[in-house]
Design a protein around this ligand. Structure first.
Ligand code: AKG
Length: 297
C-alpha cells in the first residue's frame, strides 16, 4: 500500500496529515519517566508521533495483507443499537470470515457494516503481537492489546474506560473527540449495563414525542483530534472519547494499569458503578412518578 493509500484509502483528504482543531500536544515518545510524569500521572492526553510509524505493522498491515494472511479467521462483527427511552445500548455480534468482512467494509454498498471492535490480539491473532510494540511505562503492569478494523464513517459510542489507553492508528484516520472527566458530559445519564457509555449524543438526537426533554446543548470536547496513520493517542483513564473513522481503518490499542494501582482502580470502578446505578434508579423512579421520561442532567 502506498503511504497516501495508508493515510486515507477512500478519502479525498488522503494527503492531509494529522490535524487538530483544539490543540493537543504532539510529541516524540519522551521516555517512560518523562511520559509518566508529564502525561500519565497528570491524566493529560497527548499525541505520540513517532512510535507506531516504526512498527512492522505500519508497513505490513494492509487490508489485502489481512485478507491474504488471516482471511479465513472467523471474527465477531459488532452492531450496536441504542434505545434512548430505556437508557440502554445493545451490542450484537455476527461471526463472519475476516475476508468477507474486509470485502464488505471496502465495498460501496450502503447500509450498516458493523465493526470488528476490540478483538483481543493475544487470543485471536497472536502472531500480530510481533508487529507492534506499545511503550512499556511500568515494570509490572496488567495490559492487553485489541485490534479494531472498521469502515469509513464508523462511529463508536461516546464512553470512557477505566484504564489508561494507547490508541495507535495503523491504516486510515480517526477523528477523536476527548472530554475530560470533569467535563459536563459526566452530568448526562449513561447507558446500562455499560455505565461508562454516555447518553449525551442520543438525548440530543432523540426523536420528538419520545417523552424526553431536549437537554440544553451538547458539550464541546476539550480536544478534537485527527489521528493519522502512524500516530498514537494517549487517552488517560476516565476521559470520555467519541471516535469517528474518517477512512476504512485498522487500529490497535493497549489498555494498561500498573499492578500497584489495581486495588485502588477496582475500588474506584466499584464506587463509580454504584453511584451510577443509584442515579439511574432515582431517575427512573422520578420518571415513573411524573409519568413521562425526563432526563435529569
Ligand atoms: O477506535 C475506536 O473506534 C474506539 C477506540 C476506543 O474506544 C478505545 O480505544 O477505547
Amino acid at each position: 500500500m502506498t503511504s497516501n493509500a495508508r493515510e486515507g484509502a477512500n478519502s479525498s483528504l488522503a494527503h492531509r496529515a494529522t490535524e487538530t482543531t483544539t490543540e493537543i500536544e504532539r510529541v516524540s515518545f519522551p521516555g517512560r519517566r518523562t511520559f509518566n510524569r508529564n502525561y500519565a500521572s497528570t491524566g493529560t492526553p497527548v499525541l505520540i508521533a513517532d512510535l507506531a510509524r516504526q512498527w512492522p505493522a505500519y508497513s505490513l498491515w494492509t487490508f489485502e495483507w489481512f485478507r491474504k494472511n488471516h482471511g479465513g479467521l472467523i471474527v465477531p462483527v459488532e452492531f450496536s443499537q441504542v434505545d434512548p427511552a430505556r437508557e440502554s445500548i445493545r451490542f450484537e455480534k455476527n461471526e463472519v470470515p475476516l475476508r468477507e468482512y474486509i470485502d464488505t467494509i471496502l465495498s460501496d454498498t450502503p447500509g450498516e457494516k458493523g465493526y470488528l471492535a476490540e478483538l483481543r490480539v493475544r487470543r485471536s491473532m497472536p502472531s500480530l503481537m510481533a508487529d507492534i510494540a506499545f511503550p512499556k511505562c511500568h515494570k509490572w503492569s496488567y495490559a492487553f492489546v485489541n485490534l479494531w478494523i472498521g469502515p469509513q464513517g464508523k462511529e463508536s459510542q461516546l464512553h470512557f474506560d477505566y484504564l489508561d489507553n494507547f490508541l495507535a492508528q495503523v491504516v486510515g484516520r480517526k477523528r477523536v473527540k476527548l472530554y475530560s472527566p470533569e467535563s459536563a458530559v459526566s452530568r448526562y445519564p449513561t447507558m446500562s449495563p455499560f455505565s461508562h457509555f454516555s447518553m449525551m449524543e442520543h438525548l440530543h438526537r432523540a426523536a420528538a414525542g419520545s417523552g424526553w426533554q431536549r437537554p440544553r446543548e451538547e458539550v464541546a470536547p476539550d480536544y478534537d483530534v485527527v489521528v493519522g496513520a502512524g500516530d498514537m493517542l494517549f487517552i488517560p483513564a476516565r476521559w470520555w472519547h467519541k471516535v469517528i473513522s474518517l477512512d476504512p481503518t485498522v487500529s490497535a490499542n493497549q489498555f494498561y494499569v500498573p499492578v500497584t494501582r489495581i486495588p485502588m482502580r477496582l475500588v474506584s470502578v466499584g464506587a463509580y458503578m454504584g453511584s451510577q446505578r443509584l442515579k439511574r434508579w432515582k431517575r427512573f423512579r422520578s420518571k415513573s412518578r411524573a409519568g413521562l421520561g425526563k432526563p435529569t442532567i
